[in-house]
Design a binder for this molecule. Sequence first.
Ligand code: GLU
Length: 318
Amino acid sequence: MKTFTTMALAGAMLVAGAATAQERFITIGTGGQTGVYYVVGQSICRLVNRGTAQHNLRCTAPSTGGSIANINAIAAGDMDMGVAQSDWQFHAYNGSSNFAETPVPQLRAVFSVHPEPFTVVARADSGITTFEDLRGHRVNIGAPGSGQRATMEVVMNALGWTMDDFALASELAPAEQSAALGDNNVDAIIFTVGHPNGSIQEATSTVDARLIPVTGEAIDRLIAENPFYAAATIPGGMYANNPDDIPTFGVRATFVTSADVPDDVVYEVVKAVFDNFDRFRGLHPAFANLNEQEMISAGLSAPLHPGAERYYRERGWM
Ligand code: GLU
């Protein structure tokens, strides 16, 4: 009897060993470590990796430069999936704006996540109270490769501004910019990001700083002319010394992949998230208001990946 048990155990271990050998690694592109994309990727991987014994997927979500870097990595086959702003998902798939020369027709939508208001924070001592006031000041316009930088350039174009309109246009990554504001190396920072988040918390708690409204004719026109922009509000009271609602415009964070990633891989990732949705929603305060129906439609312009669609149909969501 004892021998039999030992043999059965050895057999089970052999099977487990074989399964380990077939593990498939998937990589999710995120953003800077103080942003919300990083938490999106880490959270998805945490849920996927709980089921590795069943599906053999092993997920990692390294920090990256953000939306544009993630889409480029997916296009090159260097990453399987990534988080990207809805405006850059649209442009990449359609070959417009920054992607006019390098369209990504194989880009596929999986689901959308949290809203991302275009967020401007200025030191109180800079005298900046409107977006127009950024002119002549030291502004961190963001690092190339980030969605926030690319969207800032769209706004600058809409206003007819160039880099010369600023006393200094720095290109710090999101993880560095809040400290730069606190150290008085810049007067204002820009971040297209979900709220609340640690980065803006740091910016508003280390120095007296204000969220700045982003409104006016040029912004209204951007919203009217582009399906992926919408009016947005950053709720008052979310950050220190910022009691008032702040009007701006925004996009959505979306989760994207490539048509080249197999259906069963995307299916398992989507299943890991939505089978454990309450757990997922609890992993960051910016996820608190997420709901399934909105996530499978809002902000998605590339076609849904068939692996995701299969899961949504199984659940009766479409
Ligand atoms: N929306 C930002 C970008 O695409 C990233 C925001 C975040 O890291 O949460 O660069």
